[in-house]
Structure formats: C-alpha cells, structure tokens
Design a protein around this ligand. Structure first.
Ligand SMILES: N[C@@H](CCC(=O)N[C@@H](CS)C(=O)NCC(=O)O)C(=O)O
Length: 248
C-alpha cells in the first residue's frame, strides 16, 4: 500500500537508545481518500510511542539528519513523503509541516525544521561531545555549519538543478558554470582550513557531519575537491553511521 502512494517508512531502533534495527514500509488507512492507502501524516504509527519521527529521504536535506541519528544512536522512524504528489503534499503541509519542506523532526512535543538545527538538537540531546567541549568549539561548529549551508550548498544546488533536476528547457548552462565557480571558491577556503583530520582538530564533531554532508553533495554533482578535502570526505564516508544512513 505504501508503495502505491509513494510513501515509505523505515524504522530504526539503535542499540544505544532503543534496541535492534528493523526496517519496513507503512501507510495508514484513512477512509475516503483517493489513493487506496492514505497516509496519516504525523499522527503516529504502530511503531511505538516516543520514537523520534524524521520526515524526508536520505537523498534530501534530511540525509544529514539521518546520518546524525545514526551517529548518536537514537531510535527513529523515517517517513519519506513524496512531496511531488499533490495529494501527499496537501496532507503533509496541512497536517504535519506547514512549511512544506523536509527534513522535519517530531520528538514528542518538540517539532523542528532546518536540518542544521535538527542536528544540533540531536547532538545536544544524545551525544553532547559532538558539540565540542567549550564555547569556542561550539562557535566553530556553528560557523562551519552555517558556512556550508549558506555559502556552499546554494552553489552546489545550482549545479544540480541546471545539470540534471530541471527539465532541459529550463536549464541554463551559465548557472552550472556559476555554481561550479562558487563551489571552487568555497572549497579552496575549506582546503586551506583542513590542517588536521577533522575541522576542529583530531576529534570528529557535528561540524564535520554538517559541513561534510554539503561537501558530499558538491562532490556527488561532480565538483572536484583538493587532496585534504578529498581525504577528509573519505574519512567521513567510512564512518559506520554514514554508511547506515546514506550509503544505499
Ligand atoms: N535549509 C533547509 C532546506 C530544506 C529544503 O529545501 N528541503 C527540500 C528537500 S532537500 C524540500 O523539502 N523541498 C520541497 C519543496 O520545496 O517543496 C534545511 O536544511 O532543512
């Protein structure tokens, strides 16, 4: 039923905060709706009270939140709405997240959008060491997270949109070039800053995950990275949490 609606649900119970790991698909029936099975967005599933719900697919901005959920070992269910489907879009935006964007996190009474904010919340709740040990470390983590999402990501998305996502008639070659050159500028800055294994030194922190998820996107759309950034990205991709969340 879920497949017919394009709605997918994956449940993950991590050992640290909730048991073994399982997976599945689910759609909840609601009479009267058109597609045979009707998603009941955000109203919960049979999968247990109190489990974090994260809306969005690994290929979207929610991917970095799935990676963080795996890093911290929280139990969660991942709901993948198809926001291109008008019926699902209408349901989700009216009943779950008014902004119409994923990721969206529901943790009992806590409801959050914006992937970086979600990640810092998850780290603070389950694995505070990922946010560094002092004020300056925390500021640097914010710095790299905001830098990545406000500088690098728009350039990488420009390349993605105008090289593959938009219909061919709407693609503008100049935008691809502009995006490539923007990425090159920011990645040169990152290359010069990466003097250790990780952004803040020898320890992996939320800065690496948040920034790395954006560099990963740039790399996936064919942007070249320098030797330090390439080695750092390989280090991040080798993490078990990255593999569980994103490498499929
Ligand atoms: N800055 C936001 C970006 C959210 C965003 O743009 N999400 C996209 C998917 S990657 C989305 O939901 N698009 C659907 C739409 O705009 O209708 C974040 O990092 O959470």
């Amino acid at each position: 039923m879920g497949a017919r609606c394009g709605f997918r649900l994956r449940k993950v119970q991590n050992p640290q905060h909730g048991g073994g790991r399982t997976g599945g698909r689910l759609a909840l029936a609601r009479p009267g709706a058109g597609c045979g099975c009707v998603v009941a967005p955000g109203l919960g599933s049979d999968y247990g009270h109190g489990m974090i719900k994260i809306y969005g697919s690994p290929m979207s901005s929610a991917g970095r939140c799935l990676w963080m959920l795996e890093e911290v070992g929280a139990a969660y269910e991942c709901i993948e709405p198809n926001l291109r489907d008008p019926e699902q879009r209408a349901l989700y935006t009216s009943e779950v997240f008014a902004g119409g964007k994923v990721p969206y996190l529901v943790d009992e009474d806590v409801k959050l959008f914006e992937s970086m904010a979600i990640n810092n919340y998850l780290a603070a709740k389950y694995k505070p060491e990922l946010l560094g040990s002092d004020l300056v470390a925390r500021a640097l983590i914010d710095q790299w997270s905001f830098w990545a999402i406000s500088n690098l990501q728009p350039e990488a998305i420009k390349v993605l949109l105008h090289s593959s996502i938009l219909p061919e008639t709407q693609r503008v070659a100049g935008e691809v070039e502009a995006g490539r050159s923007g990425c090159a500028r920011f990645l040169a800055q990152l290359e010069a800053s990466l003097t250790h294994d990780y952004l803040l030194g020898d320890q992996f922190t939320a800065a690496d995950l948040n920034c790395g998820s954006v560099v990963n996107l740039a790399s996936r759309v064919g942007i070249q990275t320098g030797p330090r950034v390439t080695a750092w990205l390989e280090r991040l991709r080798a993490r078990p949490a990255y593999k569980k969340a994103l490498a499929h």
